[in-house]
Design a protein around this ligand. Structure first.
Ligand code: ANZ
Length: 670
């Protein structure tokens, strides 16, 4: 042991030894308890940032601890390698996305190795490798056969100048990031996976995940958004085309007597039918199309509407109710139409105020008086008023009574709605997994046969910043099936598709016979400890849970849930703000590694804050961690050089007691 603490030589020598001896390579061993520890794999953006370092250090500490407990520990690492940034970088630097991505991977892999994480590098996966995405393509075709995927028209952001579809993050203040043109909404055919078929199971499964933070389970519950309500119809005085009624979904049937108008979505079939003969309405629909499709944007946009002149019949009172078109009604929730109760719903209230529509108060306040709704909607539940036959009823009584009344007359029924929508997986970008479908000349589409997969993404391409290279290449599209010409789909998968099953592929990354080797997968799965950022609390974790159930139902895995325990680490802050490139307050981990060695960086990131809490960056904290390691080194070194002179049987009684205490303490450490 040298007297000096020299992390650069010491760490490199040990890391080389780990690599040479395959120190952290593991295989299933049924005689030992397994532990699968996984940190969310990174997007290969270029180099590691402190957030990565923290994430991976936390997971590594858990993995090493479990290993010391004698368990068979799997800790793999890979790359979430597809996605938009590679395309942007490619345009900026004039290099193909594949080359840029692979260079970044090489650099970041070296950084992770320099940090000394105990990974089984034999299992490394990059999602842009055909050996990986071919199985994703295969699985999608299986889902197609089962009726779990389908194609439908769906709205995208359309840049009218560049003539291209934009991702949500490419729309800045309603304009295309490149052209600056006002973005329009446009309907194009896209592929969807039926996650809604699993909504109930995805919701119920949350109850079993007691190793997850409660906050994450709550976010998932809200996202799935199960609503108990009533579906009811308002008959039209004069049918439009062949449509003679408007269906609405409401969670507040108790407010039925407070309805003063009906709002239709801009894309509602009745709206569209009316617009054909009514140019101003057509114009209004166009205006609605100019807001981005992101739900958050729609919620914030100014309420806009137009009276259609139609009148619908109230199912209980028979009153004539005006029908409007409103930009706050979503076509793909419920039935795309709302029974508006401005006295008791905020959006309706705002809308009614703007267009001078009447309010009808039908709910009492806590004192039992009709609620004051002049200065805003009264959204609480309470006893009913001004509701013939139901006055004085509670919410529950009114819900049941009104639902029963509607059911008798065939005008409605109780139903459950989920906020969750089917997962649109089509992206019009190049750098992704090609969707393994064929468009037939006579219309319709079929999957690429399994023996013709993978549908390879060409890598040596030039990016012009507008059109996807595979959309621009007629040769790539060509495909021949049993002598018939057809065309490959040129859209690619959402990158969430790749990250939804990588954890499973890590159990058998080199398996060539199928998507998963069930024996290996079932030995390692579920992941015992997953570690990652709270920003993935909803989509990534929900899609992964969904994929796990799909893989289970395909007989590939036997468990119900992919991640037994979840740790969401806190952010790395500097001067109270999130450390990020856009804020320009980043600290480059590499500089610190070069200066102090990896152990100092690792020690600091574990020591400065509990894993779940945010970590405030501090230069002096890093120095402190380094001083601590040096002191420890010195202590051991001094002991090491004197121990020959003092063998353990020469310990005094007191020293022996101390030694016993130390070992007792070690045994208690968790
Ligand atoms: C009348 C009403 C009165 C409503 C009231 C609420 C309060 P959750 O709980 O999220 O499921 N709604 C229904 N379909 C819609 C659509 N396509 N776009 C926008 N809003 C829609 O929301 C259910 C409520 O959202 C429904 O209940 C409906 O408004 C509205 F005092 O009906 B409610």
């Amino acid at each position: 042991m040298s007297q000096e603490y020299t992390p650069q030589t010491l760490e490199l020598a040990l890391q080389a030894q780990w690599a040479d001896t395959g120190r952290f390579a593991v295989q299933p061993d049924t005689t030992r308890e397994k532990f699968y520890c996984l940190a969310m794999f990174p997007y290969p953006s270029g180099k590691l940032h402190m957030g990565h370092v923290r994430n991976y250090t936390i997971a590594d500490v858990i993995a090493r601890y479990q290993r010391m407990q004698g368990k068979n520990v799997l800790q793999p690492m890979g790359w979430d390698a597809f996605g938009l940034p590679a395309e942007n970088a490619a345009i900026a630097n004039n290099v193909p996305p594949a080359a840029w991505t692979r260079e970044n991977i090489a650099h970041m892999r070296a950084q992770l190795q320099r940090l000394g994480y105990a990974y089984d590098w034999d299992r490394e996966i990059a999602t842009c490798d055909p050996q990986y995405y071919q199985w994703e393509q295969w699985f999608f075709t299986q889902l197609y056969e089962k009726g779990l995927v389908y194609k439908k028209m769906a709205t995208v952001n359309w840049d009218p100048v560049d003539q291209t579809v934009l991702a949500n993050e490419q729309v800045i203040d309603g304009r295309g990031w490149r052209s600056g043109a006002l973005v329009e909404r446009r309907e194009i055919p896209q592929w969807f996976i039926r996650i809604t078929s699993y909504a109930e199971e995805l919701l119920d499964g949350l109850d079993t995940l007691d190793g997850w933070p409660e906050a994450v389970r709550t976010m998932q519950r809200n996202w799935i958004g199960k609503s108990q309500g009533v579906e009811l119809a308002f008959g039209l005085e004069t049918p439009i085309a062949d449509l003679d009624k408007i269906e609405v979904f409401t969670t507040r049937p108790d407010t039925l007597h407070g309805v003063t108008y009906i709002s239709l979505a801009a894309e509602h079939p009745i709206t569209l039918a009316l617009a054909e003969k009514h140019p101003p309405l057509e114009h209004f629909i166009d205006t609605c199309k100019q807001t981005s499709v992101a739900e958050a944007d729609m919620a914030q946009a100014e309420k806009l509407g137009m009276d259609t002149g139609l009148r619908a019949r109230h199912p209980l009172s028979g009153e004539a109710i005006p029908v409007w078109v409103a930009n706050y009604v979503l076509m793909d929730y419920g039935s795309g139409a709302v029974m508006a109760v401005p006295a008791h719903d905020e959006r309706d209230w705002e809308f009614a105020r703007k267009y001078d529509l009447p309010l009808k108060t039908v709910i009492c306040d806590h004192e039992g008086n009709p609620a004051d709704t002049q200065s805003g909607a009264y959204t609480e539940k309470g006893a009913l008023t001004a509701s013939p036959g139901f006055d004085g009823c509670s919410f529950e009584e009114a819900f049941e009574g009104i639902a029963a009344r509607l059911e008798e007359t065939g005008m409605g029924r109780t139903t459950t709605q989920f906020r969750l929508r089917d997962w649109g997986v089509s992206r019009q970008r190049y750098w992704g997994t090609p969707i393994p479908m064929l468009n037939l000349a006579e219309g319709g589409d079929i999957p690429i046969p399994a023996d013709r997969l993978p549908s390879l993404l060409p890598e040596d391409v030039a990016m012009n910043g507008v059109t996807s290279p595979i959309k621009a290449d007629p040769e790539w599209r060509k495909f021949e099936l049993a002598g018939d010409a057809c065309e490959r789909e040129t859209d690619t998968f959402d990158t969430f598709v790749q990250s939804s099953w990588y954890y499973a592929r890590f159990t058998c990354p080199n398996y060539t016979e199928g998507m998963l080797d069930s024996e290996q997968a079932n030995y390692w799965l579920p992941v015992d400890q997953y570690v990652g950022g709270i920003e993935h609390a909803i989509l990534h974790l929900l899609y992964s849970r969904f994929f796990h159930k799909l893989m289970r139902d395909a007989g590939l895995v036997s468990s119900d849930e992919p991640f037994k325990r979840l740790l969401t680490q806190g952010m790395v802050l500097k001067d109270g703000a999130k450390m990020s490139k856009s804020r320009g307050n980043t600290v480059d981990p590499q500089t610190l590694i070069d200066r102090y060695g990896a152990d100092t960086v690792r020690l600091f990131s574990m020591f400065a804050a509990p894993p779940e809490q945010s970590l405030e960056w501090s230069d002096s904290g890093v120095e402190g961690a380094n001083r601590f390691i040096r002191r420890l080194w010195r202590l051991v070194h001094d002991f090491d050089s004197t121990k020959a002179a003092a063998p353990s049987d020469a310990l005094s009684g007191e020293q022996k007691n101390l030694r016993r205490k130390i070992h007792e303490t070690i045994a208690k450490v968790e």
